[in-house]
Design a protein around this ligand. Structure first.
Ligand SMILES: Cc1cc2nc3c(=O)[nH]c(=O)nc-3n(C[C@H](O)[C@H](O)[C@H](O)COP(=O)(O)OP(=O)(O)OC[C@H]3O[C@@H](n4cnc5c(N)ncnc54)[C@H](O)[C@@H]3O)c2cc1C
Length: 377
């Protein structure tokens, strides 16, 4: 076993840390307050190769791998978890879906522009009546001549308002569910409601509306009628990104708590000298360390070519997101009343953390996936 990063991984993660400190952290509170996407930063991350981290060089990617990607996600999330989820969706949900299920033509057309950040992508699975149960989706794709016509509304799509490329999942009458790949200028497609959120406010979350949206037959992504296979296999990798986001948020909350507890004086001494707080900090640090170890293990499984790691990625996402909840809760407690104020970063971290327990499968769904796997059901 080798617990060291190689030189390339170390360089990618160190450069991500510098980018986060210089370009994300100074603007994060303002983007959160105004609910504005930091599109400039996302585009720069594309130019630096962070939007094509698992895309091979032949398709214009930087091919840094899943371990480097997981480490970069931690660094970006420490500074701005909203930007980080944009990076995660592009790498794990859009690029990986095209890479593993796209035709050669689709890979050549889409991946170079996505990997460079020229195009931003999104992954539109959820609907108002189909969240944890995506198979109950109602958006339809019906054959029309040699193409398809899509009708329906998707909701809660990350990157929706800034997306040039959309992966959308539909029902296709008797042929099951199909995934489609389209550009934002497809006729009959529009962006719907922009959500006003509790956290990750610097990310775009929107409805995606399909009204008689006409697509050619080569817009199908993966096998026709096997769209849910595309969605579920892709989400295995997506959970690495969300776990990285949770670890980053938690690590930032721990850093803030260590600093604050040494500065804040009550009863004539820094509050870090109270054993109760020392134990809280020790538990937080242990929690972060454990989740980080799981994160890099599952990323390593992906890099070493394992096709499915459903159980492990579900365990990772479950543990990392609930860990971030525990850590952010303690971080606010350590800050006392100041932790409740927007002047202090832990207030934003506490709100940003919450989504990691919900999207790309709630904690309940992760437990369901794990239980099914260990029971052999
Ligand atoms: C900010 C944000 C960004 C998002 N980004 C995207 C995106 O980019 N693309 C996309 O497709 N979706 C996205 N989503 C949607 C997200 O994945 C769903 O919200 C999530 O899967 C839960 O679905 P739901 O909200 O409909 O909740 P529901 O499925 O209605 O769940 C409600 C509650 O019931 C529980 N529950 C449901 N079924 C079961 C069961 N069988 N057993 C036990 N408990 C159960 C759930 O765990 C939850 O506690 C996003 C959501 C948000 C909030």
């Amino acid at each position: 076993m080798d617990f060291q990063f190689n030189d390339e991984q170390r360089m990618a993660i160190d450069a991500a840390r510098r980018f986060a400190a210089e370009k994300l952290a100074p603007a994060a509170a303002e983007h959160d307050e105004k609910a504005e996407v930091n599109l400039k930063a996302l585009k720069e991350l594309g130019e630096l190769g962070y939007l094509g981290m698992t895309v091979p060089e032949e398709y214009g990617g930087s091919d840094m791998g899943a371990v480097a990607y997981a480490g970069a996600m931690v660094e970006f999330s420490k500074a701005d978890a909203g930007v980080a989820v944009g990076v995660s969706v592009q790498n794990s949900l859009v690029n990986d879906a095209i890479l593993h299920f796209g035709t050669e033509k689709q890979k050549k057309e889409y991946l170079p522009k996505l990997a460079s950040g020229e195009w931003i992508g999104c992954f539109s699975l959820t609907e108002a009546g189909a969240g944890s149960d995506p198979a109950s989706m109602k958006t339809t794709a019906l054959r029309d001549g040699d193409g398809f016509v899509l009708n329906g509304t998707k909701n809660f799509t990350t990157n929706g308002g800034i997306a040039d490329v959309i992966i959308v999942f539909t029902r296709y009458a008797e042929k099951g569910n199909s995934a489609f790949l389209l550009k934002k200028d497809a006729s009959g497609f529009s962006v719907g409601k922009h959500e006003n959120k509790m956290g990750i406010r610097s990310s775009s979350t929107t409805e995606m509306v399909f009204t008689g949206c006409r697509l050619p037959s080569d817009a199908v992504l993966g096998e026709e009628g096997k769209g849910l296979k595309v969605a579920l296999a892709t989400l295995d990798g997506g959970r690495i990104g969300i776990a990285g986001q949770a670890v980053g948020i938690a690590e930032a909350a721990l850093d803030e708590s260590l600093r604050y507890s040494k500065e804040r004086v009550q009863f004539g001494k820094p509050i870090s000298e109270f054993e109760v707080l020392q134990f809280m900090l020790a538990d937080m640090a242990t929690d972060v360390e454990l989740a980080k170890t799981m994160l890099f293990k599952v990323a390593w499984m992906k890099d070493s070519g394992q096709k499915r790691f459903t159980k492990e990625s579900a365990m990772l996402k479950l543990f990392a997101s609930e860990m971030a909840h525990r850590v952010c809760h303690k971080a606010v407690q350590i800050h006392g009343g100041y932790g409740f104020m927007k002047d202090y970063k832990v207030e934003r971290l506490y709100r940003d953390q919450r989504i990691t327990e919900i999207y790309e499968g709630t904690s309940e769904i992760q437990r369901f996936v794990i239980a099914r796997s260990i029971l052999g059901a």
